[in-house]
Design a binder for this molecule. Structure first.
Ligand SMILES: NC(=O)c1ccc[n+]([C@@H]2O[C@H](COP(=O)([O-])OP(=O)(O)OC[C@H]3O[C@@H](n4cnc5c(N)ncnc54)[C@H](O)[C@@H]3O)[C@@H](O)[C@H]2O)c1
Length: 386
């Protein structure tokens, strides 16, 4: 069966759906791998390396003969139009936000597997691309902050005087937040963190950071995720966080609630008391932002008494680490395909919890509840979809 890797088409996307190492692993499974010419170029993987791994290099027209198509971002309409019926697509695909793409995939009678909704069970950890890419994004936030901050991160004792360590506050202690804490610690900063899930306190401590106990109710939903806060709870959190934000040199915000706009954690009023020169890096800028006024891909200068602070709205963070983000992503793709492949044939088993959870579309049927809701389709009988 043919696995085809098209080049990513979305502006700013530098990652690739499969690396040469990943291609070699799929070939060992008995699959044939073909990559669109130059698809790995922006992430540092060259056509010759794919050929050396046993893959072929082809034009985009090969997509029409592929049994499996793996990309990072969802396919665009042109590419979907060329898929053969019964093909399997693997990518990130937000059931609610990419509903028209979901519909186009269903119309082509394909099976569309999405990492956005892959169940986070232990068996699927090696397939968890949300985690692998959040890891890259969390690491990048700190490097961006360190590069832009007018201060050292570590404490330095020099003949010319002592420099105190920078104070870094991380809001949201999921995968990205924990990686941000670890990275800031490695750079020598004093790190503290807050999350609405009290269960995250031990993980924060294991990163060498201090968990801020604000004395507020926790807001934990199902599956280890946060729930949406009430406006009263949000206000209480903002009031309690204000003094910690004012004392910070760097604030990194990573808070998210599945299926919802990112919660606002920092208001304009809270920023007004920050120290001149402070930096806020908003990892959630692309999903609505955790900070009032943040714009994905832009820096916003906010005036405060005595100077200004910089609010950095992140965009394409994992892509900025394209070599390793692609390497990890490719392993997620290989692990998912390994689960579904026997004797060189890829057959998604709809009874398997991992396939069931990640199949937004199964053989042309839209199975995901959020996608069905977004498309005004009636809910499916229980047992099918999420
Ligand atoms: N395979 C696995 O078992 C697996 C893999 C990855 C993550 N997880 C778990 O899944 C959960 C979610 O991780 P994620 O990285 O996907 O999270 P996420 O990206 O959904 O959210 C990031 C963090 O923001 C926090 N948050 C939400 N609203 C907030 C607010 N108002 N103030 C402060 N923080 C707020 C969340 O609690 C979460 O920790 C965690 O419990 C994590 O340990 C499990």
């Amino acid at each position: 069966m043919l696995v085809f890797i098209p080049a990513e088409t979305r502006a700013g996307e530098r990652r690739v759906g499969l690396t040469p190492e990943g291609a070699q692993k799929l070939i060992k499974l008995g699959l044939t791998v073909s990559i669109q010419e130059g698809a790995g170029q922006a992430s540092g993987y060259h056509d010759d390396e794919y050929k050396a791994a046993g893959a072929s290099v082809a034009g985009i027209s090969a997509i029409s003969t592929a049994d499996v198509v793996a990309t990072v971002r969802p396919l665009e309409n042109d590419a979907i139009g060329q898929l053969k019926s019964g093909a399997i697509t693997i990518s990130f695909l937000s059931p609610a936000n990419d509903a028209q793409t979901v519909k186009a995939l269903a119309d082509k009678k394909v099976t569309a597997l999405s990492f956005d909704v892959l169940p986070r069970i232990s068996r699927a950890q090696s397939m968890d691309a949300l985690t692998s890419q959040a890891l890259c994004a969390g690491y990048r936030t700190v490097l961006i902050a360190a590069e832009r901050a007018p201060k050292f991160f570590p404490m330095l004792m020099t003949a010319a005087g002592t420099i105190p360590a920078a104070k870094v506050l991380v809001l949201g202690a999921g995968v990205a937040g924990l990686q941000a804490m670890a990275t800031a610690k490695r750079l020598g900063a004093i790190v503290s963190a807050y999350d609405v899930r009290a269960s995250s306190a031990d993980e924060v401590k294991s990163m060498g950071a201090t968990f801020l106990d604000l004395g507020l109710d926790e807001v934990e939903g199902s599956g280890g995720y946060a729930r949406e806060m009430t406006p009263e709870r949000a206000k209480a959190q903002q009031d309690a966080l204000k003094k910690f934000i004012s004392a910070s040199d760097v604030v990194i915000t990573t808070a998210a609630v599945p299926g919802r706009k990112a919660p606002t954690l920092i208001t304009t009023d809270m920023m007004s008391e920050m120290k001149p020169g402070a930096i806020i890096v908003d990892l959630a800028a692309e999903s609505g932002g955790n900070v009032d006024g943040s714009v994905a891909g832009e820096d916003v200068v906010v005036n405060v008494p005595g100077g200004s602070i910089t609010l950095i709205g992140c965009k394409d963070l994992a892509s900025q680490l394209a070599v390793h983000a692609s390497k990890l992503y490719a392993q997620n793709v290989v692990s998912l395909l390994t689960l579904m492949t026997a004797e060189g044939v890829v057959t998604p088993d709809e009874e398997d919890e991992v396939v069931q959870g990640s199949a937004v579309v199964f053989n042309g049927e839209i199975r995901n509840a959020m996608a069905r809701e977004a498309l005004n389709l009636p809910a499916l009988a229980t047992g099918k979809g999420e």
